[in-house]
Design a protein around this ligand. Structure first.
Ligand SMILES: NC(=O)c1ccc[n+]([C@@H]2O[C@H](COP(=O)([O-])OP(=O)(O)OC[C@H]3O[C@@H](n4cnc5c(N)ncnc54)[C@H](O)[C@@H]3O)[C@@H](O)[C@H]2O)c1
Length: 385
């Protein structure tokens, strides 16, 4: 089988932490060639090409030029949220399959355009929700699917950081990202929870986003440290996204999901293991949560309440974060398998699932701004009036 030719648009943080090392593993298996790298900052594309590309890899600053190369089979769209739609649609129209980073799009309307372009072109589209591949979440999925907790009627999806405002990239710039922690990390927690529940039928959404700490407080006195434990300051003069958000999602079958996300919230501790997105599911037979980094199943055994730890704690670092041998990136393994087979049924994260995440997040922002719940029409689209 001829090796697939892959291009990358955006060579910043997530490209270096996940996609470049993850796809390098696939190149080392002889399945793909990494042939094209694009970034508005040419040094980033050059560095990526040198470290990960074939000897004749090409470097671009304009993604349209990369897309004009007919030899490229698929691209990874790794740019800030606001450009996901434009670049993905252009890539699909140019005949490329697309793996786009999360969230699928900054708005529900953009996500619809991406699905329409996929359907028009017959190319494949998937979204980078790698949390689903973490061991703890594979185990949680099995526990739910095997029926251990029965019908899930209440869930909590959260990623709450006491202080964890990203100070790199453009995360605090609404014009580039479309929002703050809700669209950045809440998106992971919500994707996980919907997937575990296997329930995508939304009745209505109500929510509130808070713009309190990002701009009002002097970040010099916020106590935030970076990954190396050094003081880390965000710019409270340019910060224009929410710093926390909550939403309630009522599903058509009556189930309720409470979604919570924060980069800065005055609470004693972060919610979750290793700052990762996690979920709590309550069902008719039992419940589970992943707060500890392991699946904690609560159920009734011998007429008594029991709590069972299921699975082992396995560090789930992205390949680019690994100090030792990089763990196999399942996200990229599955993606390349779907590409080789040219078979969308082999994709793990479907555009339809990612669309529901984006429409819920968009609806929470709308609900907060207009102070009312958002219902959905016959076509499943939010009714904004
Ligand atoms: N899956 C995850 O856990 C995860 C983690 C971090 C970021 N992300 C997502 O990845 C995307 C990028 O985030 P990041 O942290 O890598 O940001 P970043 O700022 O570090 O990198 C983005 C890169 O894209 C480049 N770029 C911007 N517009 C471009 C364009 N039109 N053409 C070519 N290059 C362009 C920028 O110059 C920059 O180098 C965002 O959508 C973000 O939500 C996902």
């Amino acid at each position: 089988m001829a090796k697939l030719k892959i291009g990358f648009i955006g060579c910043g943080g997530i490209a270096n932490q996940k996609h470049l090392p993850g796809m390098k593993q696939q190149a080392e298996k002889g399945r793909v060639d990494l042939v094209a790298f694009c970034d508005l900052i040419p040094e980033r594309a050059e560095k990526a090409a040198k470290e990960y590309g074939t000897p004749d890899a090409k470097v671009y600053t304009d993604y349209r030029e990369l897309l004009a190369d007919p030899a490229i089979d698929a691209v990874h769209v790794l740019t800030p949220n606001i450009s996901h739609c434009e670049i993905t649609v252009a890539a699909l129209e140019a005949g490329k399959h697309v793996l786009c980073e999360k969230p699928m799009a900054a708005t529900e309307a953009d996500a619809i355009k991406m699905i329409e372009a996929r359907d028009r072109t017959g190319k494949m589209l998937t979204i980078g929700y790698q949390y689903r591949h973490f061991n703890v979440n594979y185990v949680a999925k099995k526990v739910v699917d095997e029926g251990w907790i029965g019908d899930v009627y209440y869930a909590e999806a959260s990623l709450l950081r006491r202080r964890g405002v990203p100070t790199w990239g453009v995360f605090t710039d609404k014009s580039k990202q479309g929002g703050g922690p809700l669209i950045d990390i809440g998106t992971h927690a919500l994707d996980l929870t919907l997937w575990l529940m296997n329930n995508y039928d939304v009745e209505y959404v109500v929510g509130t986003s808070f713009e309190k700490l990002g701009t009002l407080l002097d970040p010099d006195h916020q106590g935030q440290n970076n990954f190396r434990g050094e003081p880390d300051h965000w710019n409270n003069k340019t910060y224009d996204v929410e710093d926390s958000a909550v939403g309630q999602i009522k599903m058509k079958n009556g189930a309720v999901i409470n979604l919570r996300a924060s980069w800065a919230l005055n609470m004693a501790e972060d919610r979750g293991a290793n700052g990762q997105a996690h979920t709590m599911l309550a069902g008719t037979k039992g419940g589970l949560d992943t707060f500890t980094g392991q699946v904690r199943l609560n159920h009734i055994v011998g007429n008594e309440m029991a709590t069972t730890m299921v699975g082992r704690v396995i560090p789930n670092f992205l390949p680019g974060f690994s100090q030792g041998p990089a763990p196999l990136s399942k996200e990229h393994d599955i993606w390349v398998t779907a590409l080789e087979a040219n078979d969308p049924s082999k994709l793990f994260v479907t555009a339809e699932q990612a669309y529901v995440v984006t429409k819920i997040l968009d609806s929470i922002y709308y609900s907060s701004k207009h102070n009312k719940p958002v219902y959905f029409g016959e076509d499943g689209r939010p009714i904004y009036d």
